[in-house]
Design a protein around this ligand. Structure first.
Ligand code: UDX
Length: 440
């Protein structure tokens, strides 16, 4: 099938390469010429395991082309809209300018019978609005919604082998045709047994936002519990293990720590609240404001822990040398959007601390946002002479650090495990003052 993908960010670039990998002919389009230049040359503009492989094989096969020319979408049967919906400047609502611009630019190149498929995370009601926009233009193309659930760091596998497919389809004469087109796009995953949930347009938009709201709530729930366990000397990791055995609860996404960040969860819950308020339903999701507040509080909590642990080794945080290990919002990503780790590093710097940070992939992106942030080329360099060590992103190389080796590098033995990822007993045995999030 001939497919266009409009938007070549984390979502679109992976989707385009994955669709070509599945055997489709794909034209991937973005307004950012620099990004298109990189992708066309087989270089990924961001770190995503597995993407370089399917990108280069798809380019070599001739099934994947990149362009800034939207007219190249003409002749494709299915057009995926995969542009960003960031938080608006000055409000919590999603900024819909990129989605609207993409659809507006695409309309003149649509043919009758084409299917436009939204993948971006959007406020409920957007799909119906865009469908009307297409119809009002005189085009006989149809619109469907097919939310994407990929996680950064696992995006290729999540796209090739998703745990479910959701199709939002409008009622009407072309519903069956749209269903057949989407089934053809995803034939490989469907034949491997991936469940397909078919809904109306609004439900499909809500599925995505509800999934992210639920995941964010789970993380803030366990972080709230960790505030309690901290206060009473209990252990949040054991608590999570114990409640997680209940299949109704489940252990995943119950890791307490410095909280969630990235390009999705934080802005999606805010946009959901903003949209619900527009609909006069603010009360229904008011709890998400508290989920957000709990999440933000964890960053301050980590700063307070650093202050406390520094004092325990007779160092003032304002003069301490602090090694911050991790800047990305999570491991296996170089994304620093709304990253708790990056915020901790920059807030410690603002307090006067001599911060030296290291991330295996995100030093560069962190510098783009904070050019004054001091970063090290290796963890060893960051750790050398440190008064306090903060593990802010749970990269495997930090979890595997030998505390005895680290003890030989640092000036004072003090560590804050902001991801509850380290072996507390081993670090204490190596002489460290060890502080975790809600566990002894
Ligand atoms: C998320 C959704 O998981 C994905 O389905 C959606 O398509 C996009 O948003 P992503 O942003 O890639 O994906 O990251 P995710 O793996 O969900 O992690 C989000 C944040 O939560 C990270 O900062 C992570 O460190 C944090 N987290 C996750 C916790 O603090 N504790 C946990 O137990 C799990």
């Amino acid at each position: 099938m001939r497919i266009s993908v409009i938007g070549c960010g984390y979502l679109g670039a992976v989707h385009a390469a994955a669709m070509a990998d599945l055997g489709h002919d794909v034209v991937a389009i973005d307004v950012d010429a620099a990004k298109i230049g990189l992708l066309a040359a087989g270089t990924t503009p961001f770190f995503e395991p597995g993407l370089p492989d399917i990108l280069s094989s798809s380019l070599a096969s001739g099934r994947l082309v990149f362009t800034t020319d939207i007219s190249q979408a003409a002749g494709c049967a299915v057009h995926f809209i995969a542009v960003g919906t960031p938080q608006s400047v000055g409000s919590n609502a999603a900024d819909m300018r990129f989605v609207d611009a993409a659809v507006t630019a695409l309309i003149p190149h649509l043919s009758d019978g084409d299917l436009v498929v939204g993948k971006s995370t959007v406020p409920v009601g957007t799909a119906a609005r865009l469908r009307e926009m297409i119809a009002a233009s005189g085009s006989h193309a149809e619109l469907a919604w097919n939310p994407e659930f990929l996680r950064e760091g696992h995006a290729v596998n999540d796209t090739l082998a998703p745990d479910r497919l959701v199709y939002g389809l409008a009622a009407g004469a072309r519903r069956e045709e749209s269903l057949a087109a989407l089934n053809a796009v995803y034939a490989t995953a469907i034949s491997a047994g991936t469940p397909v949930v078919v809904t109306d347009l609004a439900t499909s938009e809500l599925v995505k936002i509800a999934a992210n709201a639920f995941l964010a709530t789970k993380i803030s729930f366990i972080n709230a519990m960790s505030e309690i366990t901290d206060a009473v000397g209990a252990n949040v990791t054991e608590l999570a293990d114990a409640i997680g055995y209940d299949a109704r609860i489940g252990r995943r996404f119950l890791n307490a720590g410095v909280g969630f960040g990235g390009g999705c969860l934080p802005k999606d819950i805010r946009a959901f609240v903003a949209r619900a308020e527009e609909l006069g339903l603010g009360q229904s999701v008011a709890f998400l404001t508290e989920v957000d507040a709990i999440n933000q509080r964890q960053r301050t909590r980590v700063i307070d822990m650093v202050r406390g642990v520094a004092a325990s080794v007779d160092v003032d945080v304002a003069t301490a040398r602090i090694a911050v290990l991790g800047l990305a919002f999570k491991p296996l990503s170089d994304d620093v959007r709304d990253s708790p780790a990056l915020e901790v590093a920059t807030r410690l710097s603002a307090l006067g601390a001599d911060v030296i940070a290291f991330d295996p992939e995100a030093n560069g992106p962190a510098h783009v946002r904070f050019p004054d942030l001091v970063t090290a080329e290796t963890a060893e360099h960051a750790l050398t002479g440190a008064d306090v060590v903060v593990v802010a992103t749970e990269w495997a190389e930090f979890i595997e650090l030998d505390p005895v080796w680290v003890a030989g590098l640092v000036r004072h033995r003090a560590v804050v495990d902001a991801r509850n990822a380290l072996d507390a007993a081993a670090w204490r045995a190596a002489g460290f003052t060890f502080v975790g999030m809600g566990r002894p």
